[in-house]
Each structure stands twice: as structure tokens, then as C-alpha cells.
Design a protein around this ligand. Structure first.
Ligand SMILES: Cc1cc2nc3c(=O)[nH]c(=O)nc-3n(C[C@H](O)[C@H](O)[C@H](O)COP(=O)(O)OP(=O)(O)OC[C@H]3O[C@@H](n4cnc5c(N)ncnc54)[C@H](O)[C@@H]3O)c2cc1C
Ligand code: SF4
Length: 502
């Protein structure tokens, strides 16, 4: 069992015989050092693995659990030695969530001469083979058509053949900003004080990964199935009703707002997406939440989440090297510290390092947008996202970063780059009010770096997007800027890249 396969309904247990079989799990250091993984992410994975192993043991399952201090530095070396130790008739493995890891584990088992029985990950509603069939029988790979097919195939939010509530998508009712009055009192999410197992992990991470980024002072993530179910219940009862409405809004020092905070629990497989969407649909059918909240939420879980997984497995391994916009800049150092004068980035990066969490719009339209406008090499952006978020697993992180936020795949996932000036951030948050930059200005000492870089981005990619059906209008606006101002934008963008402004 790998660290993100912590479910008792996994195919690995289908014919498990407690008399003869055992579960092998290992905490390998290379999983935390291949990229510079943050303390919260390491702690979530190790704490969840230890809780799962303890539950299996309590149920009478034999577990060979190798702790970090006793395990070989690499997962592959540890697996080889486990195979030598136990001399099994065969190894059963559910498909891993990372292409390279799958290749490594396949090769390791093959080298040991023991047969490998690799099984489908039934956690997902759509298998990789089903997604490939869906993708190859269509001209365009739009998320929306995939999502509708998922709804129909699994009878989710359906009234007979028709979408429940009378429409497939209620996004026009969602995505407001808080306005000047702010979010007011937001119901607190379920937070979990670390128990003995988690405290031991926290101590281990402090001593073994002291120089890794991030903090464990506020660690309160669900790390067992029981806790994950409580987190889901609390979300549905107290915050789901407002989810859609405030889905894209941001507010300084309000990290959670109306988000569910269950992505890590889902990705570790502590929760099943079917039970999550069933709870949400029930709440709507019982009249507890509006359709736009329920539909908006369900779309994220059975639409986006499964769609990005399908893209990942169809496109890997080449996908990881995508760089359609030929971006080569280094990731700014402040991504690892939050030490910047740009308030929106300081807030988003600060909470990311403190908690291992930022919500979708912070990831897409603050940290992701800035990296894209700056022209950061996509691989460096990917490695940062994989390192810092508690829910980061490559199958979901990579397409979101390379495809959705950086347009590095040239339009496989997103039909256009998500680019905007600082005015978008100003509209959706209160960050600009306390920032020394002005989101409306593209040149001058107080010009917002997002706004300067937006115009610089359009200028740099003018040729590419001039006839693009969804970008041409944005590019056309360049014509209104004088040559003199374009030169000033270029000069200021250069100063931003050199770290003189920011
Ligand atoms: C650049 C970038 C990187 C991202 N990296 C990750 C990642 O490493 N792991 C991860 O799970 N999500 C990732 N996402 C998607 C999304 O931001 C997170 O799933 C979400 O913020 C998690 O918080 P939540 O549980 O409170 O989600 P909510 O806002 O409450 O959403 C509900 C659930 O929907 C699912 N979901 C929503 N959007 C997406 C999406 N675009 N892709 C996949 N699932 C989605 C998640 O499971 C989430 O728990 C990324 C998005 C972007 C733009
Ligand atoms: S002015 Fe620009 S840098 Fe400052 S908070 Fe607003 S968008 Fe961010």
C-alpha cells in the first residue's frame, strides 16, 4: 500500500487472506526529498499512513510497516528488501498516482523475479481506460462534456434523463466577491488537534526535515478516515450552502472561507468521491443547500478532479516536459518565504507555508498567474506546487499547474491562458487596499507588478495569440498603447524579473 492508497475498499484487499498475506508499507525519505517537500505535506502523509497501519493491525491484518528511521532511503530499495525478507508468491499493487513511481515499482518487482498483479484504482468513478475512450471518440476534450457524461453514467444529480434543478451548470449564480464589508463570521471548519500518533510524526518531521519549508504550529488536518468523515459532515452542514457563491473570493488572513478542505483526505483515499457527492446531493434534495452550491461542488469532484486525472495518464510522460510558451525564468525566491511587498502573494504564500493550503483561486489567479506572467519555467512551478500543498499528488497537481495555470500544454486543458491584470485580484479580494502597488497602473513606481506583467505577457506573445479565438480581443488592446509606453512596460517588467521591484 502506498501513502495515497489508504482505503479498505481498495482492490488490493479483494482476495486478501489474513492467514497468508501481509500488507507492506514504507516511509521512504526520497518521497520527501525528490522535491523539497514542505513540513505540512510530509506530516499529513506520514500521520495518515501510521493511522491506517494502526487500524489494519487492530483488525488483525499483518502489516510490515517500515518507519522513516528504519527504512532504506528509497522506496524502491525498501521494496526490494521487503521482497527478499518475505519471499512472497506475488506482489499485489493498485496503480500508483505518479507515472515515474509506477515505472520504478514495476521495474523493482520485475527485477526480483516475483509476479506483479497490478490492479485498477477503483477510488475513481472513471477508469483511465474509460477516459481514454471518452477522449479518443471526441473532437474536443472539454471538461463540461466529460462532466455531463459522468453525471449520466453514475446517476448523480439526475432526475431521470434530465439534470436535476433544470440545468447542467449553475455557475452564473456563483463566484461573487465579498465587497467592502468582507466575509463577516465564517463558520469554522473541523480542525483536529494532533493525537499521540500525529504528535510523534510532527516531532520526527521537525528533527528529520528541519530545513524544509513550512510550519507545523497550526497542524490540524484530518489524518484518519474517522476524522475525514467528520470534516465532510461539518462542511456539508455548515458551509456548503455558501460554497458556490464565494468560491472565487479571497480575503486577507481568511484561509478557509467556504471551502471544504477535504482534498488531502480524498487524495489519500480516506474518503470516497461517491460518498462525498452522495452527501452533497442529499443535502440539496433535503432542501438544506441551494442547487448552485451542490451542483458547483459536485462538478469539482466528479468533473474537474477526474478530468485532470484522465489527462495526466493519457499524456504522461511527455506532459511533464511541456513548455508551449518557452518560459525560462527562475521561480522567485519569495515563493519559499512569502517575503514580498505584493500583499496578495504574501497572503497566499504565507498561508501555504503555514498550513499547506490555499484555495483554488489563490493557486490559479495569484501564485499561478504571477509565475505565468513572469515567464517562469513550468517545471519549477510544478515542483513548487508538488512540494507545498497537503493535497499534492502528481496526477492532480501536474495538469492543474502545467495545463490550467501555466498554459504550458498549449491548450490541451485550458482553451486560453488564464491571464489578468491586478484588477481581477482587486475585484475578488481586499488585498490591494493595503498594498503599496496600484492595480490600475501598468507603469510608474507604484504600478502593480501583475498589471505591468500582464501587458508585457501580451506583448511577448502577440504573434501567437493575435488570431486566437479567445485571446484576440485582449491582444487587440495592445494597439491602444503607444510605443513609448510599451517600452516603459518592457523596462519595468525587466526590473520586476531582476527582483528590483516586488
Ligand atoms: C495551480 C493549481 C494547482 C493545484 N494543485 C492541486 C493538488 O496538488 N491537489 C489537489 O487535490 N488539487 C489541486 N488543485 C485544485 C484545487 O485548487 C484544490 O483541489 C482545492 O483548492 C482543494 O481545496 P478544498 O478541498 O478546500 O477544495 P474545494 O474548493 O472545497 O473543492 C472541492 C473539491 O473539488 C476537487 N477539486 C476542485 N477543483 C479541482 C481541480 N481543478 N482539480 C482537481 N480537483 C479539484 C478537490 O478534490 C476539492 O477537495 C490545484 C489547482 C490549481 C489551480
Ligand atoms: S496591487 Fe497588485 S500586487 Fe498589490 S495586492 Fe493588488 S494585485 Fe497584488
Amino acid at each position: 500500500m502506498l501513502g495515497d492508497q489508504l482505503n479498505r475498499t481498495s482492490a488490493a484487499f479483494d482476495d486478501f487472506d489474513a492467514q497468508h498475506d501481509l500488507v507492506w508499507m514504507a516511509e521512504a525519505a526520497d518521497e520527501s526529498t525528490n522535491v523539497w517537500v514542505s513540513k505540512p505535506r510530509i506530516a499529513v502523509f506520514l500521520a495518515a499512513m501510521r493511522h491506517f497501519a494502526a487500524e489494519l493491525t487492530a483488525d488483525g491484518v499483518r502489516v510490515d510497516y517500515r518507519r522513516l528511521d528504519e527504512a532504506a532511503p528509497s522506496l524502491a530499495a525498501e521494496l526490494s528488501s521487503a521482497i527478499e525478507r518475505h519471499r512472497p508468491d506475488g506482489v499485489v499493487m493498485v496503480e500508483p498516482g505518479e507515472w515515474q513511481l509506477r515505472e520504478t515499482l514495476r521495474a523493482t518487482v520485475a527485477a526480483s523475479g516475483v509476479p506483479l498483479d497490478e490492479r485498477e484504482d477503483r477510488h475513481f468513478l472513471c477508469s483511465t481506460a474509460q477516459f481514454e475512450r471518452h477522449a479518443t471518440t471526441r473532437k474536443s476534450l472539454l471538461m463540461e462534456s466529460f462532466y455531463r457524461e459522468q453525471r449520466r453514467a453514475h446517476g448523480i444529480l439526475m432526475d431521470g434523463d434530465a439534470p436535476a434543478g433544470g440545468a447542467w451548470n449553475f455557475d452564473s449564480e456563483n463566484r461573487s466577491s465579498f465587497g467592502k464589508q468582507g466575509p463577516g463570521m465564517v463558520p469554522a471548519p473541523a480542525l483536529f488537534a494532533p493525537d499521540e500518533i500525529t504528535l510523534a510524526v510532527i516531532e520526527l518531521v521537525h528533527s528529520r526535515f528541519a530545513d524544509h519549508p513550512g510550519s507545523l504550529d497550526r497542524f490540524a488536518w484530518p489524518v484518519s478516515r474517522g476524522q475525514a468523515l467528520t470534516a465532510l459532515d461539518r462542511f456539508v452542514a455548515e458551509r456548503l450552502a455558501e460554497f458556490g457563491h464565494w468560491q472565487d473570493a479571497m480575503w486577507t488572513a481568511e484561509p478557509w472561507l467556504y471551502h471544504s478542505l477535504i482534498s488531502a483526505a480524498l487524495n489519500l483515499k480516506l474518503l470516497d468521491p461517491r460518498e462525498v457527492v452522495a452527501r452533497v446531493e442529499e443535502a440539496w434534495r433535503a432542501g438544506q443547500v441551494p442547487i448552485e452550491a451542490a451542483e458547483g461542488y459536485i462538478r469539482q469532484v466528479i468533473g474537474w478532479r477526474e478530468y485532470v486525472r484522465g489527462i495526466y495518464w493519457m499524456r504522461m510522460p511527455a506532459y511533464a516536459d511541456s513548455n508551449a510558451l518557452a518560459a525560462t525564468e527562475p521561480l522567485p525566491d519569495f515563493y519559499w518565504t512569502g517575503d514580498t511587498g505584493m500583499e496578495c502573494l504574501r497572503d497566499a504564500i504565507g498561508q501555504t507555508l503555514d498550513l499547506g493550503y490555499a484555495h483554488h483561486i489563490q493557486r490559479l489567479m495569484v501564485t499561478g498567474l504571477y509565475a505565468q506572467l513572469l515567464g517562469v519555467e513550468p517545471r519549477q512551478v510544478h515542483e513548487w506546487y508538488l512540494a507545498v500543498y497537503v493535497d499534492a499528488v502528481e496526477w492532480v497537481e501536474l495538469p492543474n499547474v502545467l495545463g490550467m495555470s501555466q498554459f504550458a500544454d498549449g491548450g490541451v486543458m485550458a482553451s486560453k491562458p488564464y491571464v489578468a491584470t491586478g484588477k481581477y485580484i482587486d475585484r475578488m479580494s481586499n488585498h490591494c487596499g493595503s498594498c503599496r502597488f496600484d492595480p490600475a497602473k501598468r507603469v510608474g513606481d507604484d504600478a502593480c507588478p501583475f498589471t505591468t506583467l500582464y501587458w508585457d505577457f501580451l506583448g511577448r506573445h502577440e504573434q501567437r495569440f493575435a488570431r486566437h479565438p479567445r485571446m484576440a480581443l485582449q491582444v487587440k488592446n495592445l494597439a491602444r498603447i503607444t510605443d513609448e509606453e510599451r517600452a516603459a512596460i518592457g523596462a519595468r517588467a525587466g526590473a520586476i524579473r531582476a527582483g528590483v521591484v516586488g
